[in-house]
Design a protein around this ligand. Structure first.
Ligand code: SF4
Length: 352
């Protein structure tokens, strides 16, 4: 224990390490190799909050790790549960004082956690509260995982689905997000099925090609939210770099390469992208892509002038789009009363 590698002389962030990396730590400590698996399980499967809980590790190892390693990468600062549906929003404080949000949602038997991947976001989508914060920094793999680990433990380890759809653009923090997804999917970890882990992008085209080429089994969702470039340029400035036809080419490549469907998310905003013409264009744009479409009526926020379409208009849009050859679901936003849209709770708390 006295001859330690120099990387253990400073506090190490164990969470975020994969089994090989933990194996190296254990080896450097001259512990038996099977300790790596034990430690990995305590971190990711049992969501241990302290080294004291790790009862099958030798006391000397636990004591050592508690002095030299960080276990808690975030702490809950605020938690708000909805009164109208089964969703809860968490505001977590990171060790550098920055805050991020995560959401827990129950819907049709699924228990889903929506994770943040960055503090703030550089992409400035006009309908998004996080975009108003600007970009502060990427989250580490451990910080991404710790949101899940905390909420999963609070929910008696019952989480079934994960979406990378919180604050930030996951594909601008690609390596850390993929590593977190792998750990979440791992056999000794939480073992969430890859089909139940969705990574959502606003349309970072090179990363879509990379994701397809690397052959990940996680699901891909693309936030489309518009049917013309003029419209999308206005609401999602990333469109000026990767316009709709370039984005849809990448989506087609993904489906060809992986033989999987892609999910398109379309947030319906009153008098902006909710006309019958939009529905017809949307149907046409997606009709030759193996895909699923999620329609999401806008979750109004005090930070944006956008409104949710009225019911009648919504029904007409849905009726029109249902003639499409692909599957369509309508997902009513959850947590309307708890500032469910990403970035809202952060901005509100900041102003308190
Ligand atoms: S919608 Fe997503 S990509 Fe756009 S600003 Fe918000 S967090 Fe960033």
């Amino acid at each position: 224990m006295s001859e330690l590698s120099s990387d253990l002389e400073k506090k190490i962030e164990l969470k975020g390490m994969d089994l090989n990396e933990i194996g190296t730590i254990i080896k450097n400590l001259r512990e038996k190799p099977f300790r790596a698996k034990q430690l990995y399980k305590w971190l990711y499967r049992k969501s241990a909050f302290s080294f004291d809980e790790m009862s099958d590790l030798p006391l000397i190892l636990r004591n050592y790790l508690s002095k030299r390693a960080e276990l808690k990468l975030l702490e809950p600062k605020k938690k708000v549960s909805s009164k109208i549906d089964a969703s809860t929003k968490y505001l977590f404080k990171l060790r550098d004082g920055n805050c991020i949000e995560s959401v827990y949602m129950e819907y049709q038997g699924r228990k889903t956690v929506c994770l943040s991947t960055q503090v703030g976001c550089s992409l400035n989508c006009s309908f998004c509260s996080t975009g108003k914060m600007g970009f502060i920094r990427n989250l580490s793999t451990g910080e991404i995982l710790d949101q899940f680990l905390f909420i999963n433990r609070e929910s008696d380890f019952s989480i079934t689905n994960i979406v990378f759809m919180g604050m930030g653009e996951p594909f601008l923090n690609y390596e850390n997000v993929i590593k977190a997804a792998r750990i979440l999917n791992s056999e000794l970890g939480p073992e969430i099925s890859a089909r139940k882990i969705t990574i959502s992008t606003s349309g970072i085209v090179p990363a879509i090609y990379r994701f397809a080429d690397e052959g990940h089994k996680f699901k891909l969702a693309i936030s489309l939210n518009a049917t013309t470039d003029a419209q999308r340029d206005k609401s999602m400035p990333i469109n000026r770099k990767y316009p709709i036809n370039v984005l849809l080419e990448a989506a087609k490549y993904y489906t060809r390469k992986t033989k999987r469907r892609v999910t398109f998310e379309y947030v319906l905003i009153k008098d902006f992208n909710d006309s019958i013409d939009d529905a017809k264009r949307l149907r046409k744009l997606l009709s030759d892509i193996p895909c699923k479409l999620n329609l999401i009526p806008y979750n109004e926020t005090e930070f944006s002038p956008y409104k949710i379409p009225d019911e009648e208009r919504l029904e007409k849009f849905i009726k029109e789009i249902h003639r499409a050859p692909f599957a369509v679901t309508v997902r009513r936003s959850q947590g309307r009363d708890i500032k469910g849209a990403c970035g809202q709770l952060y901005l509100q708390t900041k102003n308190e």
